[in-house]
Design a protein around this ligand. Structure first.
Ligand code: DX5
Ligand code: ZN
Length: 220
């Protein structure tokens, strides 16, 4: 497995050819599948839910990294575990009792992630970082693929890396939104471990080749 992981976001896949696109990722240099679940309440968009994830899990042969952009995610933690999620990421902004939610995710047998909106400072995680397997820094406002990367993300990656180093934890740092070959190297230099890429992969002429070259770029 590559040191810096690439996680294609299936939100940008062709849903009429979902099996084809899943096989493409299976047979590519990608490391994870990134699955975006949106409820139309926490974010102004609705993506896909349980039946689609169930079908995806039947074909996907790599880690399922599920990003919940939903209010009150505690209601569905066990369901996502049963569906086959390996990593379950909730938004800090959607959780009143984040510590309890994180414990529930781990008790259900999954790795626990917390995502931060662009406006949320990484210092909000100082009290819980030792409990987290992954932090997802949103580099766009969640809700849609294909948006432009927010430049202030670099400083957040550096600040989060300082926190994980000082607390001596191995929490994975994932970047989600507007990732391309133009910002990938700088993100990894700042401290990113996983790059989510939706449009950059699926809107390219040769997605398999795009994944391979992005992976090679960040794992020289
Ligand atoms: C945004 C989603 C992202 C999105 C990334 O709300 O969480 O995962 O699919 O897509 P791109 O790479 O197109 O910004
Ligand atoms: Zn996402």
């Amino acid at each position: 497995m590559s040191q810096v992981r690439i996680a294609p976001s299936m939100l940008a896949a062709d849903f009429a050819n979902l099996q084809r696109d899943i096989e493409m990722v299976n047979n590519s240099a990608a490391d994870w599948f990134h699955l975006d679940v949106m409820d139309g309440v926490f974010v102004p968009n609705i993506s896909f839910g349980m039946p689609v994830i169930k079908s995806m899990a039947e074909h996907a042969t790599k880690t399922l990294d599920v990003h919940l952009m939903i209010v009150d995610p505690d209601r569905y933690i066990d369901t996502f575990a049963q569906l086959g999620a390996d990593i379950l990421t909730v938004h800090l902004e959607a959780c009143t009792h984040l510590h309890r939610t994180v414990q529930s995710i781990k008790q259900a047998g999954m790795k626990a992630g917390v995502a931060l909106n662009p406006h949320t400072p990484v210092s909000a995680l100082e009290g819980i970082i030792h409990e987290l397997d992954l932090v997802c820094l949103m580099s766009v406002n969640p809700g849609f693929g294909g948006q432009s990367f927010i430049e202030s993300t670099y400083d957040k990656v550096v600040a989060l890396r300082q926190i994980t180093d000082s607390k001596k934890v191995n929490t994975i740092i994932e970047i989600d939104g507007g990732v391309t070959s133009d910002n990938a190297t700088a993100l990894v230099e700042a401290g990113a471990d996983v790059l989510v890429a939706g449009s950059f992969v699926f809107r390219s002429e040769n997605p398999t080749e795009t994944i391979a070259s992005l992976s090679k770029q960040v794992n020289p």
